[in-house]
Design a protein around this ligand. Structure first.
Ligand SMILES: [Zn+2]
Length: 308
């Protein structure tokens, strides 16, 4: 069926897709079990990997369509649409800064030498990069979304590059650490990106990221309603799938543990598909409240791997 014509001055509000038949672990998806979900921009399908039980978006939304999605109000302000999961992403910045400082002290401070060169891919508003910069490291940020890059400048004074990680021309072996928070599951063809991360890391350099796990208790409870079955998610890894994919890219000393964060009430409600409670949370003034300490987040794991 031909797609409806869209006026040239407005971005198209529908997804475009490309075929995808391989899991990042290396397995081929042959007649897989599927989960489908309908969104205002189109139907999104996930296939279960027969080898590692990760969920793979198949077919895959194109990078161009996904970039439009990230820049749209449908993604960024869930109050304006039923499809987004954030009440107001920018308003949560104070909570993210507290979370970023705690993350730096807990996971990165001891692992990074003073003045380390650090790249964060998908840095959003740059709260973690700002914490690293303030600790004396040399930081670079990359964002697919120009809107987030502008927010990083406005909120944290960071000059963030806008572009697709797969196409950026960074010098090989130039970083001591590469970070991806809330990004790995969004990477299209993560197997290529993992290899690219290794190429850009110095020998002994660290790849640090977090991702929810498909074999977790909360993913099992929520089933097809779990928040990871979203347009922005390319691979919803199982623990085995993530480990196999890292090994395939040549990483060593791979560790996986529980992640800790400081989510606001608004973020919880969005991820738990309880957006019906947003107006109430706003009315009584608790939408941007976050716990004063980092708490374990069900299903979310944090990974550290080393470039040999
Ligand atoms: Zn797999």
């Amino acid at each position: 069926m031909p797609l409806p014509e869209v006026p040239s001055n407005r971005p198209a509000r529908h997804f475009e897709f490309e075929p995808r038949n391989e899991c990042p672990c290396g397995a081929t998806l042959i007649q897989p079990r599927r989960i489908t979900r309908e969104y205002a921009w189109g139907v999104v399908e996930f296939a279960a990997c027969p080898k590692c039980r990760s969920w793979i978006q198949s077919p895959q939304i194109t990078v161009q369509a996904l970039t439009r999605w990230y820049n749209s109000e449908d993604y960024r302000a869930a109050g304006a649409s039923k499809d987004g999961i954030y009440l107001n992403y920018s308003a949560d910045e104070a909570a993210r800064r507290g979370e970023a400082s705690a993350r730096y002290r807990r996971d990165l401070h001891k692992r990074l030498k003073p003045g380390s060169r650090v790249l964060e891919v998908g840095c959003a508003t740059g709260s973690l990069l700002a914490a690293l910069r303030d600790a004396g490291h040399q930081v670079s940020g990359l964002e697919l979304s120009s809107e987030f890059a502008e927010e990083a400048k406005r909120l944290n004074g960071l000059d963030v590059l806008v572009g697709d990680f797969a196409r950026m021309e960074y010098a090989p072996k130039s970083f001591d650490a590469i970070l991806m928070l809330g990004t790995v599951s969004n990477l299209q063809h993560s197997e290529h990106h993992f290899r690219r991360v290794r190429e850009l890391l110095k020998p002994g350099g660290l790849f640090y990221f977090n991702t929810p796990l498909a074999n977790s208790f909360s993913a099992w409870i929520y089933g097809r309603n779990f928040w990871m079955f979203a347009p922005s998610v390319s691979t919803f890894f199982s623990r085995k799938g993530c480990e196999l994919s890292m090994q395939r890219a040549g990483f060593e000393a791979i560790s996986c543990k529980q992640d800790y964060q400081r989510p606001t009430i608004g973020k919880w409600l969005g991820h738990l598909r309880l957006k019906v409670l947003f107006p109430l949370a706003r009315k009584i003034g608790i939408a941007e409240w976050a716990p004063p300490i980092s708490i374990p987040i069900p299903s979310v794991s944090v990974w550290v791997a080393q470039n040999p």
